[in-house]
Design a protein around this ligand. Structure first.
Ligand code: NAI
Ligand code: MG
Length: 360
């Protein structure tokens, strides 16, 4: 099998880590022997936008649709307002490609230093999958501004919640929880203060939960209290489901608790498989370290492992596990970037992971 991958490196360190990920994926395919990748790179970035006035060509979505998966680096650069770059590239791809689930696994990889002493000691306590609603909610893009941006300006930012949208994310979350050892689902809202959409979210959750009685244990948290529980009682949770905005924030916290934002992966999935799914580390373009060759590629590699798992539909799980093992061995051997307390470059970590894949 040859998997056709659309690679969108984007901006800043997105370029470095996408290069690194394709090198590792090709090495993995060669070592395995049963499959290969055909990468097509799309130069859709903020730099190109400043030159030519657009991020994606008009038939951009149609081009992406011809691929089996999309690998995404990061988008955003100081010369372009962030809401323009995000809304020109990553957000339209997620919605156009029906990627209504964003999966963010978090655990403390072997030899990574956790910032909290308690977690450093009980590393297995932190083992979560955050399921983020990826198509509506607070990022629906609805709202507006009246009176310009002047002294009387009023802006609205409308969150949209549909029964269809809530129900499908809940089902996905319960199915995920069912397959995990702890078989636990924590549902996050802010339904005390937000009294319409969040209340519907609760209601639909209770309905779907009935179908999983005796199969998945569940509980419910308000998002503010959730941040405290993540820090104080990490072992009490497993699968977490939250809205687009809430899960965006909680997953950055989760990544920091697990060691570094540079490690965390994400999968934007179309569970119906009618469109290609998209895989990307959760971090951004990191302008502060761009061009220095020191970006941590681990989040990019972990995202690549998740892509392999998705493409293989169960047949490549072992191969994805081998990639994870290679990543962890390299970090254990002290080959780490600065954010993980090491001194190695992106290239050194990448070469070491490739070597390790060949050795496993
Ligand atoms: P960021 O994730 O780019 O950087 C936050 C901090 O973490 C920085 O100090 C950075 O150096 C560090 N960091 C991030 N990834 C790292 C890695 N792989 N290795 C080592 N250190 C790493 O978030 P920030 O600064 O808020 O955003 C920068 C730009 O990226 C903005 O334009 C933002 O809109 C965009 N962005 C894009 C995302 C995407 O494409 N999915 C996601 C998040 C931000
Ligand atoms: Mg984020």
């Amino acid at each position: 099998t040859t998997y056709k991958i659309a690679a969108i490196p984007g901006d800043g360190i997105g370029v470095d880590i996408t290069d690194a990920a394709s090198q590792v994926l090709n090495t993995l395919a060669q070592a395995h022997g049963g499959f290969s990748f055909d990468f097509m790179t799309f130069d859709w970035s903020s730099k190109k936008y400043l030159e030519r006035g657009w991020y994606m060509p008009e038939d951009g979505m149609a081009q992406l649709k011809k691929h089996d998966a999309i690998y995404f680096g990061a988008v955003g650069w100081p010369d372009v307002p962030d809401h323009i770059s995000l809304w020109s590239l990553i957000l339209p791809i997620r919605t156009s490609m029906n990627q209504y689930v964003n999966v963010r696994p978090t655990r403390i990889l072997k030899s990574v230093t956790a910032p909290l002493a308690q977690l450093q000691k009980n590393r297995k306590d932190l083992d979560w999958v955050i399921i983020r609603e990826n198509s509506e909610g607070e990022y629906a893009g609805q709202g507006g501004i009246t009176h310009g941006h002047g002294p009387n300006a009023i802006a609205t930012e409308l969150a949209i919640f549909t029964r269809v949208g809530i129900e499908r994310i809940m089902r996905f979350a319960f199915e995920t929880a069912k397959l995990r050892p702890r078989k636990k689902l924590t549902m996050v809202t802010k339904s005390n203060a937000q009294r319409h959409g969040m209340v519907l979210w609760d209601k639909v959750f209770y309905e779907v939960a009935k179908e999983y009685e005796g199969v998945v244990e569940w509980d419910k948290m308000l998002v503010d209290a959730m941040t405290v529980r993540m820090v104080n009682k990490p072992e009490s949770m497993d699968t977490i489901v939250a809205t687009n905005l809430h899960a965006d924030i909680l997953s950055d916290l989760a990544a920091a608790l697990a060691g570094s934002i540079g490690i965390a992966p994400s999968s934007n999935l179309d569970p119906t498989r009618s469109c290609p799914s998209m895989f990307e580390p959760i971090h951004g373009s990191a302008p502060d370290i761009a061009g220095k060759g020191i970006a941590n590629p681990v989040g990019a590699f972990w995202s690549a492992a998740e892509m392999v798992r998705w493409l293989g539909k169960g047949d490549l799980d072992k191969t994805a596990d081998q990639l994870m093992e290679a990543i962890e061995n390299v970090s254990e051997n002290g080959i780490r970037t600065r954010d993980m307390g090491g001194e190695s470059s992106t290239k050194e970590v990448t070469d070491a992971v490739c070597k390790e894949i060949e050795a496993i």
